[in-house]
Design a protein around this ligand. Structure first.
Ligand SMILES: Cc1ncc(COP(=O)(O)O)c(C=O)c1O
Length: 540
């Protein structure tokens, strides 16, 4: 963990932070209970980040964090959660060179509480020498036998568990055909609520026609990075029209949304900088932040007050600080109070990075995104990231913002420079998609009406839709993973495709079936879906 935190060591010199690190309430904590909290939080965060790859071994004090698959970002998130639980804050230099769970436990015991029960037999630290080998042996007797990788075995067990419980694997269901909002699965037509094609553009005749024409003219692939031969007139036009649509000075299209997030943080922020991200930020943001040498901290979901407090303590110790949030969160269907985040960013001279993957096309009267929704000027923010893979019905990512910065990023970001450009049919589809949104504004209106209708009917039926509001992402929280799989399966039998979201992706009691609304759903389909969920839930 050392590299990750190396830049933040100077935070320890900050007197405000030192004050925060004082123990707030004298309490007695046993080493064993600290260990329990550490294991719990590491496993929980890992599970949230990688639902199908949870910590697959029992964590022990001697477990090497890296060998247990706990990445830097997971580690830092767990640290943030531990801080929350104990109402304390770690000094960054304490976190340097942590390798095992015991290092973290000892750090808490040594630094965080005056009254830690030191009389208790300490958990013996593993012998330093050879402990890497011992940990490997604990994980896997033959480290080169991929069939015996504990993470692979854990997945096999989970899948087998489903089968043994008589449940059908709800993942990787293959569509045989998609038409508007119906799909064919296993030879049967179903109404689908699993697609990000919010505005029905993926199969729109003008969009598919544009994609086909691009294939005829340019072929299926850009065949090179945009920098070195893969650029074309469609991509150039898409950059220009995206910037115009988003009301930013400039935009640049990347090959993939995930790669844009995964590449940009490392590229623009490094030693001496700080990345602050919402705890529910998308995996690609976490991955990108993890790759950077900047310090990093998460803040509670949508909590701009906590962010403000963090910045009060930390800002003066860093050069650049970036706050990463999303326009719409795709697990809960809620969104940030953008003006409040902008105020915090301004107050602390930080940059605001907003991932609009799920807000582009869905939010605001014209579907221009979260700025359109709040009627704020995008020039007030700094970096607007998004994908053309969702509401625009194509595949790829983009960055938008001020002229000079976006030009720089479009010449230098590794995911742009070293990756084959977004394919001609994808670029052409997105370009036509933008034009359709403006030509057919009823799509955005219909999407918002459909979402509102679903939410209202769900409320009338006493379904628990959590914090979802004003967005086309609507979870129905059903209270347990088994129940979520069961409900999803029953719905499929009734011709409705909606995905279950299970522990550990969410808390077990928050397991849910998630619905993505589109402008293509009919009132009848929505009424039928909500009453089917209510009916299934009343029987299980
Ligand atoms: C919030 C968010 N950001 C980024 C991405 C990645 O975008 P893409 O699918 O275009 O790679 C996703 C994908 O689901 C997402 O939900």
């Amino acid at each position: 963990m050392g590299n990750l935190l190396a830049t933040a060591a100077n935070v320890a010199l900050n007197p405000t932070l030192l004050a925060v690190c004082e123990r707030r309430q004298p309490q007695s904590f046993s080493r064993r209970s600290i260990a329990k909290v550490v294991f719990e939080e590491l496993a929980r965060v890992q599970a949230m980040r990688s639902p199908l790859d949870p910590v697959s071994i029992r964590l022990l004090p001697s477990s090497l964090l890296a060998e247990a698959g706990i990445k830097d970002t997971v580690f830092m998130d767990a640290v943030s959660r531990i801080e929350g639980r104990y109402q304390m804050r770690f000094r960054d230099e304490w976190l340097l060179d942590m390798q095992t769970c015991e290092d973290l436990i000892a750090c808490i015991a040594d630094h965080m509480f005056d009254t830690v029960d030191r009389s208790e037999q300490p958990i013996p630290p593993p012998p330093r020498e050879g402990h890497r080998v011992a940990a490997l042996a604990e994980l896997d007797s033959d480290p080169a036998n991929t069939d015996a990788f504990p993470e692979c075995l854990a997945l096999e067990e989970r899948l087998q568990g489903l089968a043994e419980a008589g449940l059908v694997n709800p993942f990787l269901r293959a569509n045989q055909r998609v038409h508007n909002r119906t799909a064919e699965i296993n030879g049967r037509e179903v109404v689908s609520f699993t697609s990000f094609d919010y505005l029905g553009l993926a199969g729109h005749p003008d969009v598919t026609r544009a994609a086909k024409a691009a294939i005829d003219r340019f072929g299926c692939s850009a065949s090179a990075s945009r920098m070195v031969g893969g650029n074309n007139t469609i991509l150039d036009r898409l950059d220009i029209e995206l910037a115009r649509f988003l009301r930013t000075e400039r935009a640049v299209v990347f090959p993939c949304g995930y790669g844009t997030n995964a590449s940009i943080f490392n590229h623009l922020f490094g030693t001496g900088d700080l990345i602050l991200y919402d705890e529910l930020a998308h995996n690609s943001i976490m991955h990108g932040a993890g790759a950077s040498k900047a310090g990093k901290r998460s803040f509670r979901h949508n909590d701009y007050d906590q962010l403000d407090a963090l910045l009060r303590d930390l800002r003066s110790s860093y050069r650049r600080v970036v706050i990463a949030i999303e326009g719409v969160y795709s697990m809960d269907g809620d969104y940030p109070d953008l003006p409040k985040f902008m105020a915090v960013k301004k107050k602390h001279r930080a940059l605001l990075y907003v991932d609009e993957a799920h807000s582009l096309g869905t939010m605001g009267p014209e579907g221009r995104g979260i700025c359109d929704f709040f009627d704020v000027d995008p020039a007030e923010g700094d970096l607007w990231m998004g994908t053309i893979s969702k509401a625009l019905g194509a595949g790829g990512g983009y960055l938008a913002g001020r002229e000079r910065l976006i030009r720089y990023l479009g010449y230098t970001t590794p995911a742009f420079v070293f990756s084959t450009a977004c394919s001609p049919p994808n670029a052409a589809a997105a370009l036509e998609g933008l034009r359709v949104i403006e030509r057919e504004p009823w799509r955005v209106t219909r999407l918002q009406e459909n979402s509102e209708l679903f939410l209202k009917l769900a409320a009338d039926s006493d379904l628990n839709t959590g914090s979802s509001v004003d967005t086309p992402v609507i979870p129905v929280i059903v209270g347990s993973s088994t129940r979520a799989i069961h409900v999803s399966q029953q719905l499929l039998e009734q011709g409705i495709n909606a995905q279950p979201i299970l522990y550990p992706a969410v808390r077990e009691t928050a397991a849910r079936v998630r619905f993505f609304l589109t402008s293509e759903h009919t009132e009848e389909q929505i009424v039928h879906a909500v009453s089917a969920v209510a009916d299934v839930l009343s029987r299980c």
